[in-house]
Design a protein around this ligand. Structure first.
Ligand SMILES: [Fe+2]
Length: 285
């Protein structure tokens, strides 16, 4: 069934088109990826992966100079489900819809790429319906050591009351969850959806019969989380059965700091992902 979504309507944040597509953000991603600075011959913004094929580069601009505004939050809406599968590809054989790849980086406020960030995506299918019985078009993943992520999916369908969008939760180790939504440029409904925020526009282009999109998140954290170093000391008492470096499955139970926790999503634990810090992964019994 195609849902109606009064819950996802409402007063959106004020428009701020200056933050819509940040060339600086693109430059930063390219530098972080070790690529040449992306700039199409037309002077338009380019995806980071364009750089190698355009044969043109600019002197790299310092990419971390001001501490970008953190990615704004958005309402969760009524269709989030915990315990999504660990996967980067939401497309299955026979999936209808235009193929879409979303890639980018997650940065801290100080522009440091953040590894190990939990990204939990959910979206409507090609017909604009959310899977409430199962986990179609739902999946979580972790940014790699360079803070990068890639999601294989389809362009989500439209449903009443909303413009086209993808939901996502982002959480650096030991930090609060950012819940937000990503939008597509050029959508007619962007002008009428009160939730739409141009700061959350992806950079999208046609590619190979599908679409490629990029978006860089900036989380309101200082960066370098989870190191356990002197500037980032653990805040929870040690002890308990939880330990870093172990694979945990949904439903597993551990103790930490004298409290019991149940695992919500399969993952491999790591320093900074202590159960009290990651409500997306652990729920207190
Ligand atoms: Fe939605």
């Amino acid at each position: 069934m195609t849902p109606t979504t009064p819950d996802e309507s409402g007063n959106g944040p004020g428009a701020d088109t200056d933050r819509g597509i940040s060339r600086k953000t693109l430059l930063r991603a390219a530098v972080a990826a070790g690529a040449a600075v992306p700039l199409l011959a037309t002077g338009t913004v380019a995806l980071a992966r364009d750089a190698g094929s355009q044969g043109r580069s600019l002197t790299p601009t310092p990419f971390c100079d001001d501490g970008d505004d953190p990615t704004p939050d958005q309402i969760e809406g009524p269709y989030f489900k915990p315990n999504s599968p660990l996967r980067t590809n939401l497309v299955t054989p026979g999936t209808a819809g235009t193929r879409l790849t979303v890639s980018g980086h997650v940065f801290g406020r100080n522009c440091v790429p953040l590894p190990g960030v939990l990204l939990d995506f959910w979206q409507a299918d090609n017909a604009g319906a959310y899977d409430l019985a199962g986990y179609a078009f739902r999946g979580h993943q972790f940014t790699d050591t360079t803070g990068a992520f890639t999601l294989q999916t389809i362009v989500p369908g439209l449903y009443p009351g909303r413009t086209r969008h993808i939901h996502v939760k982002a959480q650096a180790p030991g930090e609060p969850v950012l819940t937000t939504q990503l939008y597509f440029p050029g959508e007619p409904r962007n002008g009428t959806d009160a939730l739409f925020d141009p700061a959350l526009l992806m950079n999208v282009r046609d590619a190979g019969g599908g679409k490629q999109a990029t978006f860089d998140f900036v989380l309101d954290v200082d960066g370098d989380p989870g190191t356990g170093g002197p500037t980032d000391p653990p805040t929870d008492p040690p002890g308990g059965s939880w330990a870093p470096g172990r694979p945990y499955a949904a439903g597993d139970r551990v103790t930490h700091g004298g409290a019991g926790y149940r695992c919500l999503q399969a993952h491999t634990s790591m320093p900074g992902w202590e159960p009290p810090h990651v409500p997306a992964l652990w729920r207190r019994d």
